[in-house]
Design a binder for this molecule. Structure first.
Ligand code: HEM
Length: 143
């Protein structure tokens, strides 16, 4: 074990002298910024089946705990988001009211571009109308 560490140390030292470091076969030149892009992980079809499809049930029964290597929306490790549970609750309440109170429809199509962050080919425009069957709409009519 000690020998391995010493060998690795020498290996890294030699690479640093040459202004680079090699990690898992990837050469990272000195001065480069290394970023984690969690959205790429969440849109990896090897981890999530048809990742671009809206499918809230994909999360059912999954452990979305801190430190997971397949779910990093709230970061991980020592810098894990302190408001993760609060944010999840807020989003669940917001989304519930959004989709049960309103009808949303796309005005025109757009597709996802990964470069490497996610963005759309053109701005997303949607029409929002109140769903007449929603319970909040019925309550509104009482007053
Ligand atoms: C959808 C909503 C949110 C997302 C996606 C999110 C995401 C994240 C991520 C990825 C980090 C880690 C940053 C890093 O690695 O340096 C983080 C940290 C943090 N978040 Fe959030 N966050 C959200 C909402 C919130 C809310 C509502 C609060 C507070 C009420 C909050 C408080 C914090 C704090 C205090 C940290 C720093 C933790 C530390 O460094 O020890 N976040 N968040």
């Amino acid at each position: 074990m000690f020998k391995t560490l010493v060998n690795n140390y020498k290996f890294v030292t030699n690479d640093l002298i040459q202004n680079r470091v090699v990690v898992a076969g990837y050469t990272i030149p000195a001065g480069w910024i290394v970023l984690v892009v969690p959205s790429l992980l969440h849109y990896d079809p090897q981890i999530y089946e048809q990742p671009c499809e809206f499918n809230p049930w994909r999360w059912e029964g999954k452990e979305l705990l801190c430190g997971s290597k397949t779910f990093m929306a709230f970061g991980g490790g020592a810098r894990l988001c302190a408001g993760a549970e609060f944010a999840r609750l807020g989003m669940a309440i917001f989304l519930h009211h959004l989709v049960t109170t309103y009808d949303l429809s796309l005005i025109d199509k757009s597709y996802i571009i990964r470069a490497p962050l996610l963005r759309f080919s053109k701005p997303i425009r949607i029409t929002i109308s109140e769903n007449p069957l929603s319970s909040s709409h019925q309550y509104a009519n009482l007053f």
